[in-house]
Ligand binder design. Structure first.
Ligand SMILES: C[S@@+](CC[C@H](N)C(=O)[O-])C[C@H]1O[C@@H](n2cnc3c(N)ncnc32)[C@H](O)[C@@H]1O
Length: 211
């Protein structure tokens, strides 16, 4: 059975997608075939986004995105147990990536961390977010990368957001199965704008979910 999503659209929504693309792939220092130009990075600064990250660990990626999106109205929420994986993940044991409950100390008031299992914290968070927050351009960074956690977050988010940009950090892992399960069962669709390749398979993937 082929579980890999095939990029269907390469950048049809030029403006937003190239902005996110440049930023998402800048993080990984990979070539974006000429798209990750400085001008794009600069023009993204004014965009107010709602950035949600599943899997924070020491805060490297959330800091990266907060540094790029400089608008004071942007909001950054990072979800993690801060005690590592709640179950075995690939070759890594339960507890891998633990910071012993410590949350990153980042000097940016726009960044907030939400500690606990996604399955417990995300439903509460989604009930609480206000109208202004919901109106922002949403970028979700999936970096758990467990099947259970990714599938849960995809379903739960779909109750609130129908169209949002996503980054799957390691689609070549269980994230792919979760995305596929989600799309099959909800009949939702997505555009894939860009994927970096690892062993010829998509690895870091940027796109947009559509209901
Ligand atoms: C690969 S690390 C994240 C790396 C991070 N984005 C960075 O910039 O380095 C994955 C994280 O997901 C968290 N995680 C996995 N499943 C989770 C769940 N169900 N609830 C909360 N946190 C979870 C782990 O605790 C771990 O810190």
């Amino acid at each position: 059975m082929d579980l890999s999503p095939t990029p269907k659209v390469i950048s049809s929504e030029k403006q937003n997608s190239t902005l996110f693309l440049a930023i998402a792939f800048g993080q990984h220092g990979r070539s974006t075939r000429g798209l990750a130009r400085k001008s794009l990075l600069l023009s993204s600064i004014s965009l107010a986004i709602l950035y949600i990250e599943f899997g924070v660990w020491k805060g490297h990626s959330i800091k990266y995105f907060a540094d790029k999106y400089k608008s004071a109205s942007s909001e950054f929420y990072g979800f993690d147990t801060f005690y590592g994986f709640p179950e075995k993940c690939l070759s890594m044991e339960k507890g891998h990536y633990s910071t012993a409950g410590e949350m990153p100390q980042l000097n940016d008031v726009r960044i907030k961390f939400i500690k606990g299992l996604f399955q417990e914290t995300l439903p509460i968070f989604l009930k609480k977010i206000n109208f202004e927050t919901k109106k922002k351009t949403v970028l979700v960074h999936f970096d758990a990368p467990l099947h259970s956690a990714t599938l849960f977050t995809l379903f739960k988010l779909s109750e609130k957001f129908t169209n949002y940009y996503f980054i799957f950090d390691q689609l070549g892992t269980e994230e792919c199965r979760a995305l596929n399960n989600f799309n099959e069962s909800t009949l939702s669709d997505y555009d894939l704008y860009f994927a970096s390749l690892w062993n010829r398979a998509p690895e870091v993937v940027f796109g947009k979910l559509k209901s």
